[in-house]
Design a protein. Structure first.
Length: 285
């Protein structure tokens, strides 16, 4: 199945990034938000990213304009009727995702593939809530989407070979490197990354070193682009806590259990860069 028109549900940080790369690679892209103010904010984020690229000489004005010409926004489901693929990138809430699929399905084409960008929820469970479990899968992008090359392609137990192959080809068409990940909490990357981040928090709790020294040690000693605490603040402490909780619920392994400090920071609203304070403090723009 050739994917020409893409719908993106959600124009937050991830949804906006996904919409941008789809439009930049020549796909007609329609991004849907629940409110016009949220849509305007997301589209503004895309335009700023593209404008900054032109200013820094990383992109041409022509490529920016071509991307924007492929992109439209909407607050309705009706505008998505002709999409070949729908990428859902809304909040990590099972009930809300299922409600969106139920509202969307009567409108889109029978052959349209739906995928979720979830980083933690069961793809098979999401697929089972739809009337097209054979045309449902997972496409897990990484933040920032226009820069990060990886996409995890997740097959539900019910995903057809045709839909799976279409998703692999689509991810490659976006200029990404797709890998096939199992339908288990965390998939591949977070399954390995989250225990490392949680261990860093436990080590800090037990006095291994300062935040700065632990971060510097992992950057300069292991060649990581970010230390664990800088990365935690970037990803969001609430996001990490949520993923860890789901992984612990699935595996009942202490490696996935959220440390007490992480839980308390989330309860205090110290969520990282997005809240202005996490393990470090940030200047809010």
């Amino acid at each position: 199945m050739q994917i020409k028109t893409v719908g993106v549900l959600g124009c937050g940080l991830m949804g906006a990034g996904i919409a941008q790369v789809c439009a930049a690679t020549g796909h007609r892209t329609i991004v849907r938000e629940v409110q016009q103010t949220l849509l305007d904010k997301g589209l503004g984020r895309i335009r700023k990213f593209l404008d900054d690229g032109v200013t820094k000489g990383k992109a041409t004005a022509e490529s920016r304009d071509a991307t924007l010409s492929n992109l439209t926004g909407t607050t309705t489901f009706d505008a998505l009727a002709d999409c070949d693929l729908i990428v859902e990138a809304i909040v990590e809430n099972l009930a809300e995702k299922k409600a969106v699929y139920a509202a969307l399905e009567p409108i889109i084409k029978p052959k349209t593939i739906i995928v979720s960008n979830t980083s933690s929820l069961c793809i098979t469970e999401l697929a089972a809530s739809t009337k097209r479990p054979d045309r449902f899968g997972g496409l897990h992008f990484f933040n920032p989407v226009p820069i990060m090359k990886l996409v995890e392609v997740i097959r539900a137990l019910t995903t057809s070979d045709e839909a799976y192959q279409s998703l692999m080809v689509f991810a490659t068409a976006l200029g990404k490197e797709p890998i096939t990940a199992p339908d288990r909490p965390g998939f591949i990357v977070n399954r390995l990354l989250v225990p490392y981040l949680l261990d860093a928090i436990r080590a800090y709790e037990h006095g291994l070193g300062t935040l700065e020294d632990i971060d510097k040690g992992m950057k300069l000693g292991c060649g990581y682009p970010m230390g664990p605490f800088t990365l935690l603040d970037f990803v969001g402490l609430d996001t990490t806590y949520y993923i860890a909780d789901i992984m612990f619920e699935e595996f009942r392994d202490a490696a996935y259990a959220p440390p007490p400090l992480l839980k308390r920071m989330v309860l205090a609203g110290y969520l990282g860069r997005k809240s202005g304070r996490g393990f470090y403090t940030y200047q809010q723009s």
